[in-house]
Write a protein that binds this ligand. Sequence first.
Ligand SMILES: Cc1cc2nc3c(=O)[nH]c(=O)nc-3n(C[C@H](O)[C@H](O)[C@H](O)COP(=O)(O)OP(=O)(O)OC[C@H]3O[C@@H](n4cnc5c(N)ncnc54)[C@H](O)[C@@H]3O)c2cc1C
Length: 385
Amino acid sequence: MRIGQTGDGVSDVIVIGGGVVGASAAYHLARVGASVTLVDREDQGQATAAGAGICSPSNVLDAPAAYYPLAVRSGKYYDELLAHLAEDGERATGYDVTGMLRIARSAEEAVQLPDVMRALRDARAQGASHIGDTALLDPSAVAALFPPLGPVHGAVYSSGGARVDGRLLRDALRRAAARHGACLMHASAALDVRGRRVHGVVVAGKNLSADGVLIAGGAWSAGLTEILGIVLPVSPLRGQIAHLLLPGTDTSGWPVVTGFHAHYLLGFPHGRVVAGATREDAGFDYQTTAAGVHEVLGEALRIAPGLATATLAEIRIGMRPATPDNLPVLGALPGLSNAYIAAGHGAYGLQLGPYSAALVADQMRGIAPPLDMTPYAPERYSAVG
Ligand SMILES: Cc1cc2nc3c(=O)[nH]c(=O)nc-3n(C[C@H](O)[C@H](O)[C@H](O)COP(=O)(O)OP(=O)(O)OC[C@H]3O[C@@H](n4cnc5c(N)ncnc54)[C@H](O)[C@@H]3O)c2cc1C
């Protein structure tokens, strides 16, 4: 039985995890009248609280093919989501379309820029409208857009590149969900399983029942499915990320800077520049390390020596919920009638998470998704015990 088809028209859902994915699902469900409880433990290392915030399909040219159908729809969904949040009085999400630069730091990289631009234009022609217009920029045009950058050999600019503040978006979603009646709990939840049915969750020794349960526990999700005998390879990929301050500088419109390597820079309001990030297989070890700080600051200053006078505001640490095939795990858990998962968004959860959470929330209500969900289905991994 799908929730929402219970006969009385009232859905009753518990969402475990209040990062961007769980908060989005809770908001989506509460907005359409479901009775929602969101339980979040606020673990140190919540990925949403540390995420850089790049939101553009043009960020990932070498992603698995199944990333694009989700990324393209996720970009469009952001417009809808922001409009809904605004209707609910939530305008502070930190989402802005600032454009994106893919810079070439050497002549060898510059040779590849026309191919990058062609790939982006092809992707746009195939529906990725959020890439926006693309152009090849010469070094002086690049420097004008992001003044701290050092010498570059040019860049591809895509006008549709956007960034979001994960903390602001998460909090806006939670508040808006609450405004639609969702109950928010700060607690640790475990599944209440009886036979092949999830009856709800156990919180502080108390059983809370529900028609359906959604696991949105980020990198901690695999721990939640263990009790079901389901082994999901969602694991933490630690990221350390630096927040720099340039007081008195208007950084709010600076484009996202990416390059032919894993690091990037983003401008946010109030002189804040974010430089990311490490990708470390360090389990749930919530630590700022000398090597991590060295890596992110070293890369930031190598690309943008003009940041040398910035002050170091903080280093954030987050556990990306990684999967072996770099695709999220979305949908009904195998063998269970009413337990669902939305997790494993890896390095792209701020971009994909709001939409994929809405997709799974719709699945829970019996609404068929508008795209083939097979590549994201839990079945591709799960060994049911
Ligand atoms: C350094 C860094 C940079 C990133 N940059 C980007 C980027 O530029 N663009 C992008 O799109 N994505 C980026 N990401 C990825 C993105 O942040 C994540 O994919 C996304 O935030 C995952 O959201 P989530 O809600 O699934 O998990 P999380 O945000 O980790 O939230 C999971 C929540 O579930 C809670 N929870 C877990 N188990 C339980 C339980 N049993 N009971 C109660 N609560 C529980 C946890 O406490 C936590 O609050 C980045 C991540 C990092 C770390």
